[in-house]
Design a protein around this ligand. Structure first.
Ligand SMILES: [Zn+2]
Length: 182
């Protein structure tokens, strides 16, 4: 004979009894309350399971997309798009695993450009910037400006030294470590 606790006084009562022998509370009420509590617990359990399943699905999907969007070429293109907008057309990509960098030939707004992207520090250097400094250092009106632009050019090249590699690469002098990935 199973015993249940009276919801009024807490006494142990046979589940077959109609009312609590101690306080007279009808056992229907106790049984109803037990059943309600069980339903509530089940509901909470289902909600918890749903949340856990949702978290697992989102995590798996997240890992999948991050993995598939993180090849060196994809990363380089993403960085370039930040500056040039999403409407760029990529012509070729060279990757160097040792330098962890990409050289990307692309066109944006009808203009050809070349970017050297360092994947470690997520900075990109653009050949057009170097060309601009070179041009200004030659054609500026005053000597002071010429010197200024020449210095800017040197500063720029020291940061983006891979631009030199690009020149060597495109002239066919050196392809060491560079792999055409697109
Ligand atoms: Zn009772």
């Amino acid at each position: 004979m199973a015993l249940i606790k009276c919801s009024e006084c807490g006494a142990d009562v046979s589940e077959k009894a109609l009312e609590c022998p101690k306080c007279g509370c009808p056992l229907d009420i106790t049984k109803q309350m037990m059943s309600d509590a069980k339903k509530r617990k089940n509901k909470q359990l289902y909600a918890l399971i749903t949340v856990i399943i949702a978290i697992i699905i989102v995590s798996v999907a997240g890992v999948f997309f991050v993995k598939h969007d993180n090849t060196p070429g994809d990363m380089a293109i993403r960085i370039i798009k930040k500056d040039f907008g999403s409407n760029i057309s990529v012509e070729s990509i060279y990757y160097n695993a040792e330098k962890n960098g990409c050289i990307v030939k692309f066109s944006a707004n009808g203009e050809d450009n070349t970017a050297t992207v360092h994947l470690d520090d997520k900075i990109a250097g653009y050949k057009s910037v170097m060309d601009e400094y070179t041009n200004k250092s030659k054609t500026s009106a005053t000597e002071k400006e010429k010197t200024q632009y020449a210095q800017q050019l040197l500063d720029y090249m020291s940061v983006y030294d891979m631009l030199w590699e690009y020149d060597l690469l495109m002239n066919g002098t050196s392809e060491d470590g560079w792999e055409k990935i697109k």
